[in-house]
Each structure stands twice: as structure tokens, then as C-alpha cells.
Design a protein around this ligand. Structure first.
Ligand SMILES: Cc1ncc(COP(=O)(O)O)c(C=O)c1O
Length: 389
């Protein structure tokens, strides 16, 4: 029976991790990784997470199922963190999910149930977006978002493409810290997108996976909040993987903003039914940790302080990379204004392979680099190697 299957290509980023591990050269540099690393190259557990875990071990009485919706207190606190005032009082159906990926997949499945046929994705975007929505049975269409050689957001072309979307089409937007480009919309552009989405009757699907890594917790959700205030319905997929460093705990949520409380109940029952036939119940540990942090003033303050120090480390490295790399590529001063962990460099595949072969610097052939993959001490040496290309 299994002979009917064909071998699937390795995920290029996972394959890159394997190549990096196998490289025995001292001083090798991993710019491909998709997780935050500190100045010594370690992805640490947040202090507040450790403390919350300790308290959970002491107080948790049961490992019984949490139910397909997950924990309502977690959902409420995460919603408040994500949407602030803009989310208050909105009729919302929330479901705890296995990470942001699980949230996006449920969003896709829900849209397929409602008869939504198409979803618009910006180019480029996180490659898994297209895979997830295609797997959910939606047709994926694209709008231009970013021009690599000029490092510019193609805002006019994006608006022009979205003006051609049919009412009822879905459009995916990154809330901030765009993966893979680091390029984001400004406030005025968010307002224009919100007006267009509302006017054309499109369904916004907002992916927020890096809150706190760009300009700050509220700042990174500002565009999302503008959009929510302008539309009657939306889907918001939240990942706690990066913001709480809970990657492997698979922690996230999907929220559907609905026109009425009655509709929200119906939507929640559909989301729960979709979860039930997929993974049934969400994992609990990560969301219990997040819920505890968000419900405890001291833990919350410590988590915010640590996240802020991570954000500042990223912006400091962005400064140095922008100054260094713009000596050769003038457009790369843009790295300074870009946000979050990623930037997309205008490199040829041959350059990427040369960096890998000659200098043990690893990144995918797309030219995406993870700024947080750089140890503080190696930034200057890495800049020199780029300049030697
Ligand atoms: C843009 C974007 N959305 C969603 C996710 C999903 O993250 P996870 O499923 O690990 O929570 C990621 C992870 O890399 C991402 O980059």
C-alpha cells in the first residue's frame, strides 16, 4: 500500500539545520534558524516561564483533558494582550490551539466550511502559509508585498491587487515583524488596508507570531487593532512560540471576531468540531504557563522586561548590520527600520552557497537571515565576510 507514496522533499529550513549540525568548523554561524537566540547563541527559557512552571508543578492537581476549546481564562488574557482596547467587547469565538500553525490550519478549515474559496497571501511570505491553506482546500492567490533588490514594501501594487479581490475572499496579513522580510506597514498604510478590506467585504486573517520583537508589545499589535476596529468580521491567529519562548509546547489560539454573540457561539462550535476531528484537544502546559504569567503582576512585569531586553538586542544588531552591510549594499540601510528577527538580503544563490562553503555562514538560499542568530561577539566578523563576497 505504501508503495503508492512518493518521497516528500525535506523542509529546506529543517534540512539546513542538519547541514549546520554536521559542519565541524569552529566559528560556524547559523543565520537560518527560526528561533530567538541570546548573545551567547542560546534559546533560553524565559525566567517567568520557569517560575510559572515551578508553580504549576506544585499546584496542578490533574492532567484530565481541557476540552476542545481549551482554557477560557487563557483565551481571555491572550486576547487582551493581543488586541487591547480594540478587542474589548467584541463578540469573539476563541479556541486554544497547538501553536500558531494549529491556529492557521483551523482558520483555513473554518473558512473552507463557510464557503470562502480564495485567500490572498503577500509575496513573499512564510512558506507554510500557502501549504496550510492549500491543505485546508482553499485556493491561494498572491499580492505583491516586498521588493528584495530595493528592500521596499510594494504598497501601491499591494493595494491595486487587493482591489481586484472578490467580496468574501480572505486576505492574510502579518501583524508585524514580517517573516521573512522584517518590512511592515506604517499606520497610514494599515488604515488604507483596513478601509479597503471593509469596503470590498474581504475577510482579514491576521497572523501575529512575534508580538514584542519589533517596536514593543502594543506597537506590534497597533496595525492589527486598527484593522479590527474597521471590520465586522476577522480571524486572528496568535502564536505564543516566540513571545513566550514556548516553541515546543505548541501554544497559540485562533479567534474569530463575529457580528454578534449568537454568531460567535455558532463559530466556536464549528471550530471545536474541526479541532475534534483533527487533534481533538489542545496541549495544555504552555497555555497554563501563559495564563499564569498574564494573570500575575510580578510574573508579567518580569516577562515583559526580559522580552524587552531581547527586542533591544535585536535592534542593536540591526543597527550594526545596517551600518556594515550598507557599505557594500546601500539599500541595506533598510535593515535598521525593519523589525523582528528576519530580513531578506538581496543575495544570489551563489553568494549564499559561497558564504556557506568558505565561511561556514548558514542561511537558506532565499537570503533570509535571522538577526537573533548572531552572537554579539561575531557581528563584525560576519559583516566582513559578507563584504568579501
Ligand atoms: C509568520 C509565522 N506565523 C506563524 C508561525 C507559527 O508558529 P508556531 O506554529 O510555532 O506557533 C510562524 C513560525 O515560524 C511564523 O513565522
Amino acid at each position: 500500500m505504501f508503495d503508492a507514496l512518493t518521497r516528500q522533499p525535506d523542509d529546506p529550513l529543517l534540512a539546513l539545520i542538519g547541514l549546520f549540525r554536521a559542519d565541524e568548523r569552529a566559528g560556524k554561524v547559523d543565520l537560518g534558524v527560526g528561533v530567538y537566540r541570546d548573545e551567547t547563541g542560546v534559546t533560553r527559557v524565559f525566567r517567568a516561564v520557569k517560575e510559572a512552571e515551578r508553580r504549576l508543578v506544585e499546584t496542578q492537581q490533574t492532567k484530565a483533558y481541557v476540552g476542545p476549546e481549551g482554557d477560557p481564562v487563557f483565551l481571555e488574557r491572550l486576547w487582551a494582550l493581543t488586541t487591547g482596547e480594540a478587542g474589548r467587547g467584541r463578540a469573539t469565538a476563541g479556541l486554544q490551539t497547538p501553536g500558531g500553525s494549529g491556529a492557521l490550519r483551523l482558520a483555513g478549515d473554518l473558512m473552507a466550511r463557510t464557503g470562502t474559496r480564495r485567500i490572498w497571501l503577500g509575496l513573499p511570505t512564510w512558506p507554510n502559509h500557502a501549504s496550510i491553506f492549500t491543505a485546508a482546500g482553499l485556493e491561494v492567490v498572491t499580492y505583491p508585498f516586498f521588493d528584495i533588490p530595493s528592500q521596499a514594501v510594494l504598497f501601491e501594487r499591494m493595494m491595486e491587487a487587493l482591489s481586484g479581490a472578490a467580496p468574501g475572499d480572505a486576505v492574510l496579513l502579518h501583524a508585524s515583524c514580517h517573516n521573512p522580510t522584517g518590512a511592515n506597514l506604517n499606520t497610514e498604510q494599515w488604515r488604507a488596508v483596513a478601509a479597503l478590506v471593509a469596503e470590498r467585504g474581504l475577510l482579514p486573517v491576521i497572523d501575529i507570531a512575534y508580538q514584542g520583537y519589533g517596536r514593543g508589545l502594543d506597537e506590534d499589535a497597533a496595525g492589527l487593532r486598527i484593522l479590527l476596529s474597521a471590520v465586522p468580521e476577522a480571524l486572528v491567529a496568535v502564536s505564543c512560540s516566540k513571545s513566550f519562548g514556548l516553541y515546543r509546547e505548541r501554544t497559540g489560539a485562533i479567534y474569530a471576531v463575529c457580528g454578534s454573540a449568537e454568531t460567535a457561539l455558532t463559530v466556536r462550535s464549528n471550530l471545536a468540531a474541526l479541532a475534534r476531528v483533527s487533534y481533538s484537544m489542545p496541549p495544555d502546559h504552555g497555555s497554563a504557563v501563559v495564563s499564569m504569567i498574564l494573570g500575575d503582576e510580578a510574573l508579567m512585569a518580569d516577562w515583559k522586561a526580559e522580552l524587552e531586553s531581547m527586542r533591544l538586542r535585536i535592534t542593536a544588531i540591526r543597527e550594526r548590520l545596517a551600518a556594515g552591510l550598507s557599505r557594500r549594499w546601500q539599500v541595506l540601510t533598510a535593515i535598521r527600520e525593519q523589525e523582528g528577527m528576519f530580513s531578506l538580503l538581496p543575495l544570489e544563490e551563489a553568494d549564499v552557497m559561497k558564504l556557506r562553503a568558505e565561511h561556514a555562514i548558514y542561511m537558506p538560499t532565499s537570503g533570509r537571515i535571522n538577526i537573533a542568530g548572531l552572537k554579539t561577539a561575531e557581528v563584525d566578523a560576519v559583516i566582513e565576510k559578507f563584504l568579501s563576497l
